[in-house]
Design a protein around this ligand. Structure first.
Ligand code: URA
Length: 211
């Protein structure tokens, strides 16, 4: 079912890799590699409509006009920890992008988020910001990250995810209706602890083996 403002990255390679990530016996190493690979593939779709301009170049054969990226430069804004898992895959496609790190954790009792780190380029207002949050679960972390980026001047923001819950999408869009979301899948629902079902468990723990 299509959800307004949400693009499902339904490419077969992404879907196959996501299924491997969901399996509980997938190793930490494979999980990290797959998350990085999906990061690149999601980035490909998030950047699909970036504007181009024709410029004069010379090939070894003759002069021509050829397209190059125009418009805003990019900032990737991973939410720590798990956002880091998609970052390198995205930077491989867009190596000139800057990075804004956002440290937020969910208080396990209240599920509200607490900021512990924020470092972003000064010219956020002139850049296209792509927030990276693999698991859009309750939506609280993504909402807080976008609040913080807007406070720091960001005007043009997109969300790159791996998995989202219907509850998280609806809460996020209630707070930030202008921020479009890209995700590989929208799962069934959240459980009472704010985890996505069927999901893939805790992405940070599975990346770093901390459980
Ligand atoms: N964060 C995760 O890593 N997994 C979930 O299911 C929800 C939030």
């Amino acid at each position: 079912m299509a959800i307004k403002g949400v693009t499902i990255v339904d490419h077969p390679l992404v879907q196959h890799k996501l299924t491997l990530m969901r399996k509980k016996d997938t190793s930490i190493k494979s999980f990290r590699e797959l998350l990085k690979e999906i990061g690149g593939l999601v980035c490909y779709e998030v950047t699909r409509d970036l504007p181009l301009e024709d410029v004069e170049i010379e090939t070894p054969m003759q002069a021509m006009r050829a397209p190059q990226l125009a418009g805003k430069k990019m900032v990737f804004a991973p939410i720590l920890r798990s956002g880091m898992g998609m970052l390198d895959g995205m930077l491989e496609l867009a190596p000139a992008a800057r990075v804004a790190h956002i440290g937020l954790y969910r208080d396990p009792a209240t599920l509200e988020c607490v900021e512990y780190y924020f470092k972003a380029p000064a010219d956020l207002a002139e850049r296209q910001v792509v927030v990276i949050d693999p698991m859009l679960a309750t939506g609280n972390t993504a909402i807080a990250a976008v609040d913080r980026l807007k406070e720091a001047g960001a005007k043009s923001i997109r969300m790159a995810c791996l998995l989202a819950s219907p509850e998280g999408i609806s809460k996020f869009q209630g707070h930030h209706p202008g921020v479009r979301i890209w995700t590989a899948a929208v799962d069934e629902r959240l459980n009472d602890h704010g985890y996505i079902l069927p999901g893939l468990g805790d992405a940070g723990d599975r990346m770093y083996g901390t459980r």
